[in-house]
Design a protein around this ligand. Structure first.
Ligand SMILES: C[S@@+](CC[C@H](N)C(=O)[O-])C[C@H]1O[C@@H](n2cnc3c(N)ncnc32)[C@H](O)[C@@H]1O
Length: 244
């Protein structure tokens, strides 16, 4: 009889505070024989750092280390090609455990299906393997809670934008929005701030770094040094307050 396949588990582990993992994700994490996590070169990885204290010594840890630290690539292959090949290799490493009947918990910072690295494994493996995804507290909601700001009232709509969009595109989309979350900041900060200034929104915009982590910082957008703004930062422009 053939061995039953292991399950691919995409577990959202929350925005950083180790207590912001769900009861379900924690249970599945601790029961999984294999825990896989993405991390930058020489880095622990934010998702890993937030669940490290929950791991059991007998669990196999599968570290999936990004081959690049920046998006600047020289050589015959583009950044996208190098990253796609990395996700292909990562999927093979995960699948090897699944074929042996071992469940693999892939931990993901925030929610797995919102700009989550888990998605690239899901896209490659979910069609052929039993799988389960557990949602997590996403960064923008962790950020709103820490900033103490309601995001959208009544019939307002929320736009979630990547700071990597070109300035003109950001301008167009923010101008149409009631409320905005801008993620993937880091080196994009100066550009994004300029767009918000053009739209007269700099005063309404709230900036937060490493929300819910011990190293969290909140400061006026005007005071942020673009050279030191980390990738794990966000800008929230809440919807205008509705007086109930
Ligand atoms: C690849 S996305 C991951 C999003 C995540 N899956 C989620 O559900 O929020 C990374 C971006 O999320 C935002 N981010 C994630 N965690 C954050 C945190 N704790 N504080 C501030 N921003 C965070 C940053 O904008 C960062 O560039």
């Amino acid at each position: 009889m053939s061995q039953p396949q292991g399950r691919l588990l995409g577990l959202g582990v929350g925005p950083g505070d180790p207590e912001l993992i769900t009861v379900k994700a924690l249970r599945l994490l601790q029961q999984a024989p294999v825990v896989a996590y993405f991390a930058g070169r020489g880095r622990k990885g934010h998702a890993y750092a937030s669940i490290e204290s929950h791991l059991q010594p007998q669990q196999i840890q599968l570290r999936l280390e990004y081959p690049l630290t920046t998006e600047t690539v020289s050589g015959p292959l583009s950044y996208d090609q190098i990253i796609a090949a990395f996700y292909d290799r990562s999927a093979l490493s995960v699948a090897a455990h699944l074929h042996e009947g071992r469940d693999v918990a892939v931990i993901c910072e925030g929610d797995p299906m919102l700009y989550g690295s888990y998605m690239y494994l899901h896209d490659r493996l979910a069609a052929d393997h039993p799988h389960q995804v557990v949602p997590g507290v996403c960064a923008m909601l962790g950020g709103a809670a820490m900033l103490g700001t309601p995001l959208v009232y009544r019939d307002q709509s929320l736009s979630v934008l990547a700071g990597t969009l070109p300035a003109g595109e950001l301008h167009r989309r923010i101008a149409l929005a009631d409320a905005v979350v801008i993620m993937k900041l880091g080196r994009q900060l100066a550009k994004v701030r300029e767009v918000l200034q053009e739209l007269g929104l700099e005063q309404r915009a709230l900036y937060i770094e490493r929300a819910t982590m011990e190293t969290q910082r909140m400061l006026p957008l005007a005071d942020v040094d673009p050279a030191s703004s980390p990738y794990f930062s966000m800008i929230l422009v809440p919807g205008t307050r509705w007086q109930a």
